[in-house]
Ligand binder design. Structure first.
Ligand SMILES: Cc1ncc(COP(=O)(O)O)c(C=O)c1O
Length: 393
């Protein structure tokens, strides 16, 4: 995709939240890209701006040698309303997964000290994306991300997403420190796990002592209409990783863990100078405060359902459209050809969207505050631009 330079119009900077962006020539774009599923509150949310500005006046950075009030406050809601007992902050989704990798290895050594060979290996799945550091990229299925940098972290087996038997068998081997899975895969093409799959992973991990890690970096924090995506499945992990929307556009990540995992990690075994800083955590509080409200989550579910129906109705008859799928406001439109010409045409018509999968899936991840008329407009632009795909035949 060609780079487009974007900014907010001056009035928006003064605090009118919006799903619109503007290029230097003043052209307006409806943002269904959200900085890759980050800007859940849109752009210029006045409460977020106020909180960040006030915190910048108070305290920006103290390092991980100290706790700060915003950090402690940001850890409280996830602990209060999830399986987790402790929160470890990082600076990105990749780093949150890197922390989860380390915690899983340490947990195995700490919890099973008599085992001759501690479980050090990992299971990941087809179409997975977990990040780009040497550990996280080793868990990422697309070879294209790994092969230029090999050798990456060894000991990762990729299994078919959804294959209960293969996963159960390997988890029972006793070698698996942790299983990493996205309840809904974003980058991989907007694929949702089934309840049976996640339940079976939970059961197999319980039997073997392997940890179950849910990577909810992209699908969590309200995007599905649930605060945590796994709530839709009634299955809880031992570790959940978060990032993207948590601080409303500032860099953050988090690994949420149970007490049994936290007990295996000693102070100083993992850390980061910037992670969980007061400015970022105050921004996170402003986001969490809004997106965790039941009426907000319900509006995401309703809009997601509406958008999916709208897209199915408007685009479904086009022979290039194979499927419209998704959950809440993470919607995928699978095509039988590359989506890149359509993405370019939409951008030229003032709509920002992103691809996923093998480049043949449109990934629609609007700000969660988007309105129904804006979703209708997006569907209309997509419909108008669809004929460009005929040139790809
Ligand atoms: C599921 C998932 N995990 C991890 C990451 C990596 O996060 P980050 O880009 O913040 O490092 C991403 C990013 O797209 C993601 O979608």
């Amino acid at each position: 995709m060609a780079m487009t330079s974007l900014h907010l119009k001056p009035p928006i900077c003064t605090g009118t939240r919006s799903c619109k962006l503007y290029d230097p020539e003043g052209r307006e774009y409806l943002d269904l890209y959200s900085g890759i599923a980050v800007n859940s509150l849109g752009h210029g949310d006045p409460d977020w701006i106020r909180v960040v500005t006030e915190q910048a006046h108070t305290l920006t950075h103290v390092s991980n040698a100290f706790y700060s009030i915003p950090q402690v406050e940001l850890a409280k809601p996830p602990v209060a309303c999830s399986f987790a007992d402790r929160v470890f902050f990082s600076n990105s989704g990749t780093e949150a997964n890197e922390a989860a990798i380390k915690f899983a290895r340490k947990f195995q050594r700490y919890s099973f000290p008599d085992k001759k060979e501690p479980a050090t290996e990992f299971i990941s799945f087809t179409n997975s994306f977990h990040g780009r550091t040497m550990g996280a990229v080793a868990l990422t299925s697309k070879e294209h991300y790994r092969s230029p940098f090999e050798p990456v972290m060894p000991g990762v087996t990729f299994l078919e997403y959804g294959n209960i038997d293969a996963a159960g068998k390997l988890i029972q081997s006793g070698k698996i420190a942790a299983v990493f899975v996205e309840p809904i895969q974003g980058e991989g093409g907007v694929h949702s796990a089934t309840k049976e799959f996640l339940q079976s992973l939970r059961g197999a991990c319980d039997d073997s002592g392997s940890l179950l890690v849910f990577d909810e970096v992209q699908c969590s924090l309200g995007r599905t209409g649930y605060l945590w995506a796994h709530e839709a499945y009634g299955v809880v992990p031992d570790i959940m990783t978060l990032a993207k929307p948590l601080a409303g556009g500032l860099p953050i990540g988090a690994a949420l863990v149970t007490e049994k995992v936290a007990a295996s990690i000693k102070h100083g075994e993992h850390g980061s100078t910037f992670a969980g800083g007061p400015l970022i955590c105050a921004a996170g509080l402003a986001v969490l405060d809004k997106i965790s409200k039941p009426e907000f989550l319900l509006s995401v579910s309703n809009k997601g359902q509406y958008f999916k129906e709208l897209l199915t109705r408007k685009l479904g008859a086009n022979p290039h459209v194979k499927e419209v799928r998704g959950f809440g406001l993470i919607v995928g439109v699978e095509l039988d050809v590359s989506a890149s010409t359509l993405v370019d045409a939409c951008r030229n018509s003032g709509l920002l969207i992103i691809t996923a999968g093998k480049g043949n899936v449109l990934r629609l991840v609007p700000p969660l505050i988007i309105s129904k008329p804006e979703l209708e407009h997006a569907a209309d632009v997509l419909l108008e631009c669809l004929p460009v795909l005929d040139a790809s035949d």
